[in-house]
Design a binder for this molecule. Structure first.
Ligand code: ADP
Ligand code: MG
Length: 285
């Protein structure tokens, strides 16, 4: 059974006047069909307004489909009686680290989710310690979140989501407000959760270099899925990406320029290591 399954999923933002008449309606997602298997690391990319955050909010039942179906861990997200089961299955990390941390002490913040779910005290302690260890923030357990860097705050937010022990973690542009070090920290934790705990990761990002590290890349445009494949397939379709307002990874473009200039480099290069390897081969080393 896939952990996420969308069937003809659509979502419209509807605005009504004071008499409840519809003023306007924005089709944020149109007729999405999608399956994500447990344990996959899936990147979702797309221009601003393409529907990525709407999809993320649907996954966490913050929004309910206008039409079609969305199943998370086999549960229909429209089933109100299962709301907490859905939120327990799919943890969420948002863009702004400052909006996600509520408590004045790191470990209290991480404990917030399980406390709200009525988890017994000793079990909360165990989960908080394990979550902080996983994200490498144990030594900041008693610190004030205010004193942390953006990347550290996001790691605390990830620990908070982990403490509810989800099967799936959704990152909605969680690296967008971070410096390069913070971005690398968040990416590395996401990869670790995927590898070591087999968590399914949905990583929404506008950094192509991050998406290139996923098992699978989904490209959204105007509320639809327009490309879906392994990074190498998706990123070498440079014209299609450009048509969606996206820039292919820098290394893919550099390899293309070098090829155009006469170097016999292979197609499908998406990272610096791959380009370095290909250049080495070309030099006969
Ligand atoms: P992305 O995350 O890819 O930038 P969103 O899912 O936020 O895209 O937005 C998809 C579309 O829905 C856009 O046209 C956006 O303007 C619209 N939209 C998003 N949130 C709202 C909202 N709360 N009310 C009305 N329209 C919205
Ligand atoms: Mg968004």
């Amino acid at each position: 059974m896939p952990i996420i399954k969308a069937e003809n999923l659509s979502y419209d933002y509807v605005r009504r006047d004071e008499n409840d008449n519809i003023v306007d309606s924005i089709h944020a997602l149109s007729d999405i069909n999608l399956e994500i298997e447990e344990g996959q690391f899936v990147a979702v990319i797309g221009h601003n307004g393409s529907g990525k955050s709407t999809f993320a909010k649907l996954l966490n039942a913050l929004l309910i489909p206008t039409s079609g179906k969305l199943f998370v861990g086999g549960i229909d997200t429209a089933d109100e009686s299962r709301l907490w089961d859905i939120r327990r299955t799919a943890g969420m990390v948002f863009q702004n680290p400052d909006n996600q941390i509520i408590a004045s002490v790191v470990e209290e913040d991480v404990a917030f989710g399980p406390e709200n779910m009525g988890v017994p005290t000793e079990e909360i302690r165990r989960r908080v310690d394990a979550a902080l260890k996983t994200v490498g923030m144990t030594k900041f357990a008693k610190s004030s979140p205010n004193r942390l860097s953006g990347g550290q705050k996001q790691r605390v937010a990830i620990a908070g989501a982990l403490a509810i022990m989800p099967k799936c973690m959704i990152f909605d542009e969680s690296t967008a407000m971070l410096d390069p070090i913070g971005r690398a920290e968040v990416m590395s934790v996401a990869k670790k959760l995927n590898k070591e705990q087999r968590l399914t990761i949905i990583f929404i990002t506008h950094y192509m270099e991050e998406a290139a590290q996923a098992d699978r890349v989904i490209v959204m445009n105007k509320g639809k899925i327009v490309m879906d494949g392994i990074p190498r397939e998706v990123f070498t379709e440079t014209e299609k990406l450009t048509a969606c307002g996206l820039e292919p990874p820098q290394m893919t473009m550099l390899a293309k320029d070098l090829r155009d200039a006469g170097l016999a480099l292979p197609h499908g290069i998406i990272s610096a290591e791959e380009l370095a390897d290909a250049l080495r081969v070309l030099k006969g080393q």
